[in-house]
Design a protein around this ligand. Sequence first.
Ligand code: FRU
Length: 637
Amino acid sequence: MGKLTYSFLVVCSFAAAARAADDDVVADFESADYGGWVATGDAFGAGPARGALPGQMAVDGYLGRGLVNTYLNGDRSTGTLTSPPFEVSRDYLTFLIGGGAHAGRTCVELLADDRVVRTVAGEDSEHLAPFTWDVRDLKGRQARFRIVDQETGGWGHVNVDQVSLTDAPAQPPVGDVPLYQEAYRPQFHFTAARNWLNDPNGLVYYKGDYHLFFQHNPRGVNWGNMTWGHAVSQDLVHWRQGADALKPDATGTMFSGSAVVDWDNTSGFRSGDEKPLVALYTAAGGTSAESKGKAFTQCLAYSTDAGRTWIKYAQNPVLKHVRGENRDPKVAWHAPTKRWVMALYLDKEDFAFYASPDLKRWEHLQDLKVPGCSECPDFFPMTIDGGKAGSDADARWVWTAANGRYLVGTFDGTHFVPEPGEARRVEFGRNYYAVQTYSDAPDGRRIQVGWMNGGRYPRMPFNQQMAFPRELRLKRTDEGLRLFNTPAREIELLHGKRHEWSNLTLDPGGDNPLASVEGELFDIEAEFEAGTARTFGLDIRGERLAYSTTERKLNALGSAPLELKDGVLRLRVLVDRTSLETFARDGQVTLSSCFLPPADNKRLRVFTDGGSAKVRSLRVTELKPALPALETQDRAD
Ligand code: FRU
């Protein structure tokens, strides 16, 4: 008996070891043709290349004699090469990749159910380097591997070889660069230490701490397993990530919501010295195996230790399913009626308001349909022109949607009456969404955080970044009440060396006064006079922020209609490694966009085309990084 057990064990461990050593090769590109792979376009030819192609620099790093090389006919050729379906039989998929760094355009993709579930680009190098994806979440499923070349300009090709499934990858899946030192890590914008992030959640200030919860996938770099991640800052600039605060349970995964300080203990949750902090979130039923068949409901969690740990309320949900995928509760205190008010997203472009004396029992107040808007409503009081809160008959309530569009109106605790007209647009960039403001911020400040949705971070262990916090102000203008956005003044904590110019005349093709300044992180303030120019503006690492006097638009990774006042354009731009946030018209117009500038271009330029313009003043302030100190790094999962 003893002997039998022994030999059984030996057989098992041998089998496991043998399997680990023996990878499943999906393709080694050693044959004369592509076998069952399907090519489109003109970049692939009839079969694998043997090294470099005519006109190409030396190519190395591939295995054997053959590789896929889309430099066939130079950079201008394009196409795709897709594998037959194969089973994801191992924990990791590894391959060798070189070529262009155009995310999504010179890349490889893993497809499951015809959806792209992984993608990675080259690194502007002819060297093929190993890359690994953790594919445990796809194990047992059918997948296809696709090589994509859709780029015709410089580095418009991709090189690939040796696609294998393995249980023992030669290198770790996310590279061995230490956390926060990665090539595309934003330096003063919040990112999760690891893995996916989307909406800011539960923004609340209490006793010196700004809490930033966020939609988080603790298990991967793509959206899923929604959990509330948690970070804390004392200054809106330096963040420290702690343990996840709300994890999926049988009611669903944890979708977006908000948090407040319950100063008067209306909820009765207080148990010690600290005021209770109360979070309202959406339990997204039906989004996990555990919550299958359940509806989306609104739930409550509270903290009695100043936000360190969170307890889900035993009698959840506090608001039953209303309609569709109703979600994203945002709560505020209505002082005159001494009760809480909740803005909720219902479905399509429909929203609602509810009220509660204790954050637990909610009564329906009103529905609100807002064309052009959906998801993540926010609702908060503001005084006009910085007037005093409480005593000001001028106070208004501002409602915003996920895309930052806003309505200004009056609210008596029961009815919100917006001023007539459409929800007003502020944001014209490509990446600003799911905005939310802080509850209980000191000095009556109204600070908004947005998610820079859709930015690309090739090969990074994290995905997505928040925008830099903005301060909102409501001001009376000739056109009516308008919201103004400015970067939170705490950005000044990062200010370094400053370069200043004034009264410069800019001629087409003329000298670049900024030639001596190079870098990745800047706070720029510029005042231009259009003069006779057709376009003029700033060039930041090859990306143009250009005002067109003929189109009367500001084009800066996005396009905003903008009238100059007396021929003058004032801009404020925050430049981080992977994002540009541009503020125009004193913050009535913003363009927030992600970009992936070339590593070897750190140059700035002011320019004009088609006539002369003037730089009245230009101030370029270098910024210091605000990354977590290494010893304070906490694991995201
Ligand atoms: C907005 C959103 C929310 C939802 C969350 C899920 O980006 O779709 O409506 O609560 O993301 O992650």
